[in-house]
Design a protein around this ligand. Structure first.
Ligand code: F6P
Length: 366
């Protein structure tokens, strides 16, 4: 399809917030204005804002709007988890129904005079982007998630900040673990992959790391703690990914989240109870939760977000519709959006990082 001349682009942030979104928005706005003279509008609250009942909620994004946002966490545009134009919850006559409003999304973008949409999001947002593109929406993707579970990019922004937060928490838990001779269990985010747990576990000098990719055996986990006690190290740090599970077990859920999907959580408390039940050590659990998504982005995430935002604008100028910017090694490249959603990027269970951890004596409970 011939690309028409670009005059106005829109930016939207979808899915969970994450540190680094504002640097992307800022870079898109500045590059679009300064290098190409395009207009930029921001869509508020992801597809919820585009499909707002009283019309699309958009705001002009000028240089003034993005001033000072580089170090700010979250997104100035607002976001909405699991809002999908192909399956929107609509309440009609007191009854909630799931309705396909994708055609309306197209009409609204056309009415707003948007030539190209920059969609910043994770796995869910990239699935929606691919389907919208199939309907004729001109768009490019920018990958974000603290979980680092998107294929086709070595890293997503947000991950480094979450890793830093989790590592600092492990450092702090060490002092109480050591003073009280306790086992401190810390549950971290990551959905169904163990990147945050694995990397924070190694960086924070933990003794046990439990990740979804390597189901654990509670006896082996407790043996490791007992061995440490016998050797004179009368405390242990256990890092548990929220999606971790026992051998032949199931992930642990705490309830139903927005959009009806199950919310992971509670495995940290379960592991602490399992260890305490053996009587080997007093045990406490800490759930880091949304602290990992908050706060100022690290320098690395500011830089990656900025590079992605700038590259997304250049990608539009080259006519690279339906593609996503990505990091390969230390280079910014672009890939078809389909490649990013061809399955999740899990931790290789015998990969270099897991082997390095095992070499340090860290147990995976298997
Ligand atoms: O995908 C990011 C993430 O923070 C996951 O690590 C976590 O499982 C989920 O989002 C939590 O989502 P919510 O903010 O909707 O509870």
């Amino acid at each position: 399809m011939m690309q028409k001349r670009v005059r106005r682009i829109a930016v939207s942030t979808g899915g969970g917030d994450c540190p680094g979104l504002n640097p992307v928005i800022r870079a898109v706005v500045k590059t679009a204005i300064l290098e190409y003279g395009w207009e930029v509008v921001g869509i508020e609250d992801g597809f919820d804002g585009l499909l707002g009942y009283e019309g699309a909620r958009v705001l002009p994004l000028t240089m003034a709007e993005v001033r000072g946002i580089l170090p700010r966490g979250g997104t100035i545009l607002g976001t909405c988890s699991r809002s999908n134009p192909f399956a929107m919850n609509v309440t009609i006559g007191g009854k909630t129904q799931v309705v396909d409003r994708s055609q309306e999304a197209l009409d609204r973008l056309a009415r707003l005079g948007v030539d190209v949409l920059v969609t910043i999001g994770g796995d869910g947002s990239m699935h929606i982007a691919k389907d919208l593109q199939a309907l004729g929406v001109q768009l490019v993707g920018v990958p974000k998630t603290i979980d680092n579970d998107l294929q086709a990019t070595d890293l997503t922004f947000g991950f480094d900040t979450a890793l830093q937060t989790a590592t600092e928490a492990i450092d702090k838990l060490h002092t109480t673990a050591e003073s009280h001779h306790r086992v401190m269990v810390v549950e971290v985010m990551g959905r169904t992959v163990g990147w945050i747990a694995l990397e924070a576990g190694i960086a924070g000098g933990s003794d046990v790391i439990l990740i979804p990719e390597i189901p654990y055996d509670v006896d082996i986990l407790c043996q490791k703690i007992a061995e440490r006690n016998r050797s004179g190290s009368r405390f242990s740090i256990v890092v548990v990914a929220e999606g971790a599970m026992e051998v032949a077990g199931q992930p642990h859920y705490v309830g139903v989240g927005s959009g009806g999907s199950l919310r992971l959580g509670g495995i940290g408390e379960q592991v602490a109870e399992q260890i305490a039940a053996t009587g080997i050590s007093a045990t406490r659990a800490t759930i880091l939760g949304h602290l990992q998504r908050g706060g100022a982005p690290t320098a690395f995430d500011r830089l990656l977000g900025t590079r992605f935002g700038t590259a997304a604008v250049h990608l539009i100028a080259r006519g690279g519709m339906g593609r996503m910017v990505a990091l390969r090694g230390n280079e910014i490249v672009d890939v078809p959006i389909e490649d990013a959603i061809a399955g999740l990027k899990s931790v290789p269970s015998d990969g270099e990082l897991v082997q390095a951890a095992r070499g340090l004596g860290i147990s995976f409970g298997n």
